[in-house]
Design a protein around this ligand. Sequence first.
Ligand code: IVH
Length: 381
Amino acid sequence: MKKQEVAERIQKLRKTIDRHRYLYHVLDRIEISDAALDSLKHELKKLEDEFPDLITPDSPTQRVGGEAQDKFQKVRHAVPMLSLEDVFSEEEFSDWHTRIKKLIPDVRHPELFGELKFDGLAVSVLYENGIFVRGATRGDGETGEDVTQNLRTIESIPLRLEFHGAVSGRLAAYEKAIRRALVSGMVEVRGEVIITKKNFEKINAAQKRKSEKIYANPRNLAAGSIRQLDPAITASRRLDFFAYELVTDMGQKTHSEEHELLALLGFKSDTEAKHLSSMKEVYVFHEAVSKKRDALDYHIDGIVVQMNDNALFGRLGVVGKAPRGAVAFKFPPEEATTHVLDIRSQVGRTGVLTPVAHLEPVSIGGVVVSRATLHNMDEIE
Ligand code: IVH
């Protein structure tokens, strides 16, 4: 084959492989057998080996191509990565709502938007002219760590942005903005790196067999995997990514449009997410999600509720490191039964003795608990 023909074949292979990646890892659909896909990947790899100058960073072969690092570089976030205030009951949620409404007396019924709160690790992914160029952890919100090589291994994170979807009507206006961003400029997306419950169990079982560290919860495992210095280890963890924020202005006016744009850009985003027009609807959504929780493939620890109108969200501002216009409405911790193996005293910093129960390890809401401080009688009971 002439080089020009090879280049064309490579393009074709990349497009096909990426299409099946998107179908499988983002839309959860299979249209090709593993064997057929492997043979396409194999052919691509062979051609790229023959013509290394045709390798580009967005090629599917480059997901685990990165070198092991000896440490992570610091990255300053252009827009701080905030966290959320937690509420645990309808009463606390209602207090938040009342507080917010007082700050925007001119808006009678601010529309809310609800979505799942994934239990993983927040990261930011950055695209230049449509190509994935940098990924970073949240860190302290101002400065995170550059974990680009490790994020490249996550198949639900596109290495090249494409416009996905036949849009009509209202969303058609976005097509232009997206297409422009794919060829020039920066796009920043934020979301959560997570691990499926199934993979979590599988990895911990393997760790146990090797007498290596057991991860206490899926968040620890996701964080530990993203902060691996060797991307090959990250790749073996088969992490996943849900996008929940489009930082770049593409004309979105609401958070719900942001979710639609993220899907059009080829990201996996929460399909449970929805408009909530009253407090009652928030409570119903919270309850419905809490019932569905066990059936989901991933751990979630609550719902996130925020002002749907981005202008209002901005107007409400930030207090500390959390935006006033959003809140995490968490689920109550789950309960479990176990055996107390021993009770020992622990000496605190001020010399106070606290009894600590050593427990047969038990999993509660995705966390393995093996100790509990016995502060007062009702806890002991
Ligand atoms: S929004 C404006 N949406 O929860 C604040 N966060 O304490 C940006 N999280 O650090 C976060 N699912 O790691 C948002 N659907 C979701 C989320 C979500 C999980 C995490 C995220 C963040 C923490 C907030």
